[in-house]
Design a protein around this ligand. Structure first.
Ligand code: GLV
Ligand code: MN
Ligand code: MN
Length: 402
């Protein structure tokens, strides 16, 4: 079997590690994610790596003496709900495949390599993305441990239950001086490469992101007796605001706004919704545009709430846009040229662990075409030829970086 075929076979194998029967859901600090990590750890060991977990649950396989400076290469193993099998996973498995290929060919690298499978890129469980890479760079906020998931389980308890160590998170932090850089292979999750008939793209930047939880609170009441004019319906306020967000995003080039989660209280057919809690995901390549849009949407939420006699609460966090390292990206572009392929550069609208790791190390990313640009969807798909191209370029990149 080729290395690329083996990577795809492993992506299939890992798709069996899921919290839910019949679909792939592997959120932070769940047994499904931990067990997927155990299997990946076995593959790392078989490839000659020394394997460990850090306190937040990042899985790390190292090749090379302790005193050597280290090139990090990784991605994540957690997923969204009802996910595809390549988002994150592909990058981890391509990294292992490249090291296996180098070993089989008797080639060694001039530096140490660590393959890192991050524990939480998606933020699906606790609404805070990048928990794994944030711990890795030392910007994990201890108060997050008190957050609860939708079932009321505290992050602290969930992490302890699977074998992590909430008390040890500060120790996940890596020293920038030890690191040469960070490199990540990821599916594009958009249609640009496919539309240009390209296997691979070199990533220039990662869009910034605002994540907000917006809660409208009105008055629950009887659906048959409360006249329309006297209602304080939280959901109709939320609905008006979601449409306002869509209109705003449509009117601004490159701005995207998504309300992907909506929870109603009490959520019963014959009761006027007294509470509507929803998520906002707002992104743009330029932080100033995103920040202005976020402020405008908050004003709109307040105005809509006031006009409908309901209250609104707004909680948000953000990740700034990140430019990837020009130097490391130049190495990557040369590896693409050496592989006989054109260098096409593109920004990422999706978030990646590279955005966080770039706080402590120069970062570069390679995108792999995915069918129809479809991602965050079980229909995610890549070709064996494109994965082979990613392995070829990555191997050249690993050998060229000093
Ligand atoms: C991660 O997949 C994100 O961009 O939301
Ligand atoms: Mn994702
Ligand atoms: Mn991802």
């Amino acid at each position: 079997m080729t290395y690329a075929a083996a990577v795809l076979r492993r992506c299939d194998d890992l798709a069996a590690f899921s919290e839910e029967q019949g679909r792939l859901t592997r959120r932070f600090a769940t047994p499904a994610l931990w067990q997927a990590g155990e299997t990946v750890g076995e593959w790392m060991e078989a490839a000659g790596m020394a394997v460990r977990r850090d306190a937040i649950g990042n899985l790390i396989g190292r090749l090379g003496d302790a005193e050597r400076r280290t090139l990090l290469i990784g991605s994540h193993l957690d997923t969204v709900r009802d996910a595809g099998r390549y988002d994150g996973t592909l990058g981890v498995l391509v990294a292992i495949g490249c090291l296996e290929r180098l070993r089989d060919q008797g080639r060694s690298l001039p530096h140490a390599v660590e393959v890192v499978a991050f524990a939480d890129e998606e933020g699906t469980r606790y609404g805070t993305s990048y928990l794994g890479s944030r711990a890795f760079v030392g910007c994990f906020e201890q108060e997050w441990l008190e957050r609860r998931d939708a079932d009321g389980v505290k992050m602290r308890e969930a992490l302890s239950a699977v074998g992590g160590s909430p008390e040890g998170i500060a120790g996940c932090r890596r020293e920038p001086e030890d690191l040469i850089g960070y490199y990540e292979v990821h599916i594009e999750q958009g249609p640009a490469l496919e539309s240009q008939d390209l296997s691979l793209g070199v990533v220039t930047a990662i869009a910034g992101q605002t994540g907000a939880t917006v809660t409208f609170s009105g008055v629950a009441g009887h659906a048959g007796t409360v006249p329309m004019s006297l209602r304080r319906d939280a959901l109709t306020a939320a609905a008006e605001w979601i449409l306002a967000a869509e209109t705003l995003a449509r009117g601004q080039d490159g701005l995207v706004a998504t309300a992907g989660r909506l929870t109603l209280g009490p959520g019963v057919g014959n009761v006027i919704p007294g509470r509507a809690e929803l998520s906002l995901d707002l992104r743009h390549a330029e932080d100033s545009v995103r920040i202005r849009a976020g402020a405008e949407l908050r004003r709109r939420a307040e105005a809509i709430a006031a006009s409908r006699g309901v209250e609104v609460e707004w909680r948000s966090h953000e990740t700034a846009a990140v430019s990837l390292s020009p130097e490391l990206t130049e190495h990557l572009a040369k590896a693409v040229v050496a592989s006989g392929r054109p260098v096409v550069r593109l920004p990422s609208g999706a978030g990646h662990d590279a955005a966080i790791v770039s706080m402590i190390a120069p970062a570069a990313m390679l995108f792999v075409r995915c069918a129809g640009g479809v991602s965050h969807n079980p229909a995610e798909s890549v070709t064996v030829g494109d994965v082979a191209a990613a392995i070829d370029v990555t191997t050249r990149f690993l050998e060229s970086v000093r």
